[in-house]
Design a protein around this ligand. Sequence first.
Ligand SMILES: [Zn+2]
Length: 242
Amino acid sequence: MTQAELFPEHATKYSKRTSGKKGASDRRLYNQAWRKTHPGYCHAYYLKTKEHQRVTHAAYNEVHKDQIKEIKLAYLKAHPEARDNQKALHHEWYLKNKEHVKAAVADYHKAHPEIRKNRSRVARAKRKLDMDFNFREWTRHTIKGHRARGCEILLTKIQLTDLARKSARCFYCGDALSWAYTGVRGGCRNSPTLDRLDSGKTLEVGNIVIACRLCNTTKGPRTHQEFIDYCELILRAHKKNA
Ligand SMILES: [Zn+2]
């Protein structure tokens, strides 16, 4: 059902679809002015056609599923900041509606236990393929661990994920870090770990680097300078012995 059929009293010579054609911007201006002089009309139109729109959109999305996915992925690839911006906006909204969301999710899970099970399985399979997921998952994991140890955290997940994306090599030894998700708890010697240059200070930009697991373990509670001095000490002792 078209707009003109639904509201014959408002049908005008502009009712034909003109987007992208000659006169499209005239049409836009006309629409803007028209909406101002007819408050509530758009909402009434939406209410009248809600079900129809839902069905039409669902049918369209079903047919063009792959195409839509491709466009979305290409966009996120070209605009890596878009995902973070979107996340920040979502988080802001979530904080405002936390209680409501929690209650709604709990109700939904209670009513559809099978959907939840299936969804987590699909999500796990997807995560293994998504490289960027590894950075985000590492960030989540690291922040959680440091918070549990009572660290004061003065940086956001977005900042830490950005640092992770840029850190291909260990800060100390320069070995390649293995960011691939192995599913093994604890990881291997090249697993990326977060290191504070000064262990006493809080987690903040300027005091953190990403080092391999082995370097971080060797460094222990030493400060950055103490660790470098320690390495020089070993080097000197070995040169003397050689
Ligand atoms: Zn290292």
